[in-house]
Design a protein around this ligand. Structure first.
Ligand SMILES: Nc1ncnc2c1ncn2[C@@H]1O[C@H](COP(=O)(O)OP(=O)(O)OP(=O)(O)O)[C@@H](O)[C@H]1O
Ligand SMILES: [Mg+2]
Length: 229
């Protein structure tokens, strides 16, 4: 069974003035242990599709199934807490928590104790190339690239089944971008996670197992990279 299945997924943004069909009749199956890159022009519906898959919004028409269960029928708070992690275009770190607390947060939500959560958080902070110097800093005291790496460490620490990332390396230099992408993709393959990354970066798309192209809200094509066969 695919871990995530999209069936006729359609989404419209509606307000007083207009209605925008951002995602149109998308059908797709995602498997465990694979890295997917979603590419496409600005406004093609990538972030919207990610929100639907992460349970942040429900499709207007169609279904998103996680392990065979529609997001419309499940406890979506639990889904978002226990099964998926999202690395946002704008990081979404908690401004009132320091770095260590930010990374520990998803673990504590799930009842993992202080010391254990702290050890795991430290491990992940080191894995994204940050040192103990940043533990006690608040997000406002970090550079854009450092914030991004903390957001990635937080997603990795949570040990979820699907990691969604929206342009996760937008603020990183080449060296750090390579490092976190390799880490993310490696963990995916080793631990059987499903990683779904929206990216404009051809190098990242080239490292994914499968590249999915969005065009004007539609899924316009799929390419299997050599490593994905
Ligand atoms: N809150 C909103 N209200 C109305 N329309 C929206 C809203 N958010 C996005 N849209 C529209 O939906 C379409 C898809 O937007 P989306 O953010 O999914 O694109 P994207 O592919 O992620 O673009 P980018 O690469 O610029 O991040 C666009 O036409 C956009 O203008
Ligand atoms: Mg976007």
């Amino acid at each position: 069974m695919p871990i995530l299945k999209l069936e006729g997924v359609t989404y419209r943004y509606k307000n007083k003035y207009q209605s925008v069909e951002a995602v149109k009749n998308v059908n797709y199956e995602f498997e465990r242990g694979k890295v997917y890159a979603i590419v496409g022009k600005s406004g093609s519906g990538k972030t919207t599709l990610l929100s639907l898959m992460a349970g942040l919004a429900l499709p207007g028409e169609g279904q998103v199934y996680y392990n065979g269960r529609s997001t419309k029928d499940m406890d979506r708070d639990r889904y978002r807490r226990d099964e998926v992690a999202v690395i946002y275009q704008t990081f979404n770190l908690f401004p009132m928590l320091n770095v260590l607390e930010n990374v520990m947060y998803p673990l504590q939500l799930r009842g993992i104790g202080g010391q254990q959560a702290k050890e795991r958080a430290k491990e992940m902070i080191a894995a994204v190339g940050l040192t103990d110097v940043v533990y006690r800093r608040y997000p406002a005291m970090l550079s854009g690239g450092e914030r991004q790496r903390v957001a990635i460490a937080r997603a990795l620490a949570a040990d979820v089944k699907i990691i969604f990332a929206d342009e996760p390396t937008g603020n990183l230099d080449v060296e750090n971008s390579d490092r976190v992408i390799d880490l993310l993709f490696d963990l995916c393959h080793k631990r059987g996670y499903c990683v779904i990354v929206v990216t404009h970066d051809p190098d990242i798309a080239g490292k994914a197992d499968v590249v999915i192209r969005m065009q004007d809200g539609c899924l316009a094509g799929e390419t299997l990279n050599r490593n994905g066969q």
